[in-house]
Design a protein around this ligand. Sequence first.
Ligand SMILES: C[S@@+](CC[C@H](N)C(=O)[O-])C[C@H]1O[C@@H](n2cnc3c(N)ncnc32)[C@H](O)[C@@H]1O
Length: 342
Amino acid sequence: MPKRSNGTFGKPLNTKPSSSVGTPRKLRSGRDPKTNAYRLIHGHADRWKDLYVDRLGDFLLIQSPQPLTDPQLEAAIKWKGTLKIKGVYYKKLNRMVQRSNTTSASPRIIMGLEAPDEFEVMENGLKYRLSLKQGYSTGLFLDMRENRQRILSNHIEPGFAVFNLPPGTATVLNAFSYTCSFSVCAARTGATTINLDLSRKYLDWGRENFLLNQVNPKDHDFIYGDALEWMKRLAKRGERHDLVILDPPTFSRSKQSGVFLAKRDYSSLTKAAAPLVRNGGMLLACCNAAGLSNAKFREEVRRGIRGSGRKIVEAFSAIQPPDFPVTKTEPAYLKASWLRLD
Ligand SMILES: C[S@@+](CC[C@H](N)C(=O)[O-])C[C@H]1O[C@@H](n2cnc3c(N)ncnc32)[C@H](O)[C@@H]1O
């Protein structure tokens, strides 16, 4: 049995307020001087059904499945003025992202100045490189801000640290690392990171994010390849890490391990990752598949860990940050479980 009365691991995802990095009001008004990338409008919860607006530094990114209506455009003009935004982009919300090519998936400018090909935003005092010209994703998943902060501050909740060893000695395996934002936070605490991704472009982008934050990427590993395949290989070598991060896409296909479906395969993924966590180390298991309920996700994660012969001794389930509010109409989609393993 976990020591921490299950943290929130055995309860519904949104029953416990997370140790918030900033109140929504603060974030939304842009008055947190350390963060200028956040969700401004989150659909129904903000009384704008099907409308999602992100502030990305000097730019706004508006997403909707439909072309913008006049009231939405008027509101965008107002937000642009209030937040002193340089340019406003629109992207059609597409649930079939993997079928879109880069150009058709990229947002298009609808107001003001075009963004440079690459620009920087700030989050919790760290810098990240973003682009509105590289397809569907911009380079930073804003809904993970609080989990990044948990790594950066080595604080999950009172009495529950990410790393329980002297600063600078931890090692982190970040599978599905994308642009390595989790690793940037870990590296800033002095940890050494290994980043695994099936995209060379994203790993290079990750190296740039390291440099932006005065961390030498040469002191870290960036491995191009299939995460499942590599985790098996690393486990065979006897590697153990203080933190292993799993944040796979909902769907992926690789030559080595074929199709990965988060909904179907999360327990095998956890089973492959658990042996890489040192005794007393942490597994961060994340999933944004809306079709996988939180209860089912936790069941799958537990099953994988049990199957690997490991035990959860401390657990915490993070909720969506305040700028991604959860309502009955738009239930939580993000699942992130912090699990200390023995
Ligand atoms: C949801 S993103 C990860 C987001 C990241 N953890 C973050 O917070 O910035 C998924 C990433 O997994 C990568 N990916 C997809 N299939 C993969 C596979 N089989 N092995 C390794 N990486 C994979 C994609 O290239 C993408 O960068």
